[in-house]
Write a protein of this length. Structure first.
Length: 501
């Protein structure tokens, strides 16, 4: 249980004695004690100056303890010495320390320290692919606005903390945190995420906020005036009429730096290519569709529309399967089904259903579109008349050849004065399905891998188990992608339960 009283008095000498007493403990117990202290200091209403001095004095031990546990965990994640719950404790410790700084002080140094700890908490959460805190961007906006009001965003901060040496001002820390977020770290491995954070430390000063000279370079934005907890930096969407672009983000100089011959990092070229594509707002892909005869398909956007369609198709498939099993084999007119061969290893194609009158009715909420190919086979463009759609939302193309393409909207572009829209979709390979008992879930199976996509951002921990059917139990292994509209987890089929006769 969390202690309600500090184990030391708010005096430098007393704190030093307490810190010395922790040296006889192992890192886990030290993290527990420090977290208890951070939570208590976070709620202190009096003696704010002494609280701030105490937090500063505790900072080196907090950082070194978290670094020790993180390093040992990454060397051997299966070790019982530092299980995942201990690393999650470190995330809470960093988070609580950051919030203690922001709740207690409004001076530039205090706000600077708050943003540093928030950034390091976000970093560690991504390294272990745990769901990020939904409230830290809201707190970041509050801290940033306090600094703006006092005109201290660019004021040099004097400190001696080695972990924070690359940022010398509040604005520098904010840019680092934003850039790291724009790197979409959850898509990568732990070692790659650590490298991405180092790159964000190095290149954050290249990020330009509120560029008014060349507004076309502003690819991203951050609704920093919004009190919502979901106001994370996002891609500017030109189909949305009333977007709050109060903090625009220009990544042009970051891209130039990464592409320069002087840039050195420990990421391979494939990862850097993915990074450059995203940081450019996918312009290099959406601006260059391959000239070819377009194919007419139907586009469904939004989780509910897609799951409703999948449920109806699944029901029709089951009816047809039952009818073919009980009735003599014969041609069924304008409706037929091609079910998946359970012995077939290729799971990249969805079960097919004939384009029957019933199936056509399922597409009543779908929009006819032309599909255009692009140079990168991981993406496809849907072209249609003006359509307001959300970047980061799920989408599904229903093709005339009776297959589906499922994916995530990464960019939209109005191409002409008639407001023709190009919608860039990043494809997720695999068989897509849902079920009536849990319509808030979409299942994606590709060869031996499984992914579970949730209707909205959720806080399920790695290791959580979900039953899809009486004989199927999934274990969530890690969060790999998320937006305002979904959470995508990698999952393993924990067991196949065989019922006893």
């Amino acid at each position: 249980m969390t202690k309600s009283k500090l184990a030391f008095k708010l005096l430098p000498a007393e704190i030093a004695i307490w810190l010395n007493s922790l040296e006889r403990l192992n890192s886990v117990k030290i993290a527990i004690e420090l977290n208890n202290a951070a939570k208590i200091l976070r709620s202190y209403k009096a003696d704010t100056n002494d609280v701030l001095k105490a937090l500063i004095q505790l900072t080196p031990t907090i950082l070194s303890t978290c670094n020790t546990i993180e390093s040992s965990f990454l060397i051997d994640p299966q070790s019982k010495k530092y299980p995942i719950k201990v690393v999650k404790l470190c995330i809470q410790l960093l988070r609580n320390t950051g919030l203690a700084f922001s709740n207690t002080g409004e001076q530039s140094h205090d706000l600077y320290m708050a943003l540093q700890f928030i950034g390091h908490a976000q970093r560690l959460a991504s390294i272990i692919h745990e769901t990020p805190s939904s409230s830290l961007w809201k707190e970041t906006a509050r801290v940033y606005n306090l600094a703006l009001s006092s005109k201290t965003t660019q004021q040099a901060i004097d400190h001696k903390i080695l972990d924070f040496k690359d940022q010398l001002s509040i604005e520098a820390v904010l840019k680092r945190n934003i850039l790291f977020h724009l790197f979409t770290p959850y898509k990568y491995s732990s070692s790659q995420i650590k490298e991405l954070f180092l790159i964000a430390n190095t290149l954050a000063d290249k990020l330009l906020l509120n560029n008014v000279n060349t507004p076309s370079s502003n690819v991203f934005y951050w609704d920093s005036d919004n009190n919502s907890s979901n106001n994370t930096p996002s891609t500017i969407n030109h189909t949305i009429k009333h977007q709050q672009l109060n903090t625009t983000i220009d990544t042009k100089d970051v891209l130039t730096s990464i592409q320069s011959t002087h840039f050195i990092c420990n990421l391979d070229n494939d990862i850097l290519s993915i990074l450059l594509i995203h940081l450019s707002g996918y312009k290099s892909i959406i601006n260059k569709p391959i000239p070819s005869p377009p194919i007419i398909s139907h586009l469904l956007t939004g989780f509910n529309n897609i799951t409703e369609h999948l449920t109806k198709v699944s029901t029709l498939q089951k009816i047809e399967q039952l009818s073919t099993e009980t009735a003599p084999k014969k041609t069924t007119g304008d409706m037929s089904i091609q079910t998946m061969d359970t012995q077939h290893d290729n799971l990249n194609f969805s079960p097919k259903i004939a384009y029957s009158s019933s199936y056509k009715e399922f597409l009543s909420k779908a929009k006819p579109v032309k599909t255009l190919q692009v140079s990168n086979e991981k993406y496809i463009i849907a072209e249609t008349s003006y359509l307001e759609c959300n970047i980061g939302e799920v989408a599904m193309l229903c093709h005339p050849n009776l297959t589906n393409t499922f994916g995530i909207i990464r960019q939209v572009k109005i191409t002409n004065s008639s407001k023709t829209v190009h919608i860039l979709i990043e494809k997720i390979a695999g068989i897509v399905s849902t079920q009536t008992t849990s319509p808030e879930l979409i299942y994606i199976q590709n060869l031996n891998s499984h992914q579970l996509l949730f209707q909205s951002p959720c806080k399920l921990a790695n290791g959580s188990k979900l039953k899809r059917a009486p004989d199927e139990l999934f274990t969530l292994t890690e969060l790999t992608d998320y937006s305002t509209y979904f959470s995508l987890y990698q999952a393993t089929l924990a067991s196949t339960i065989v019922e006893k006769n």
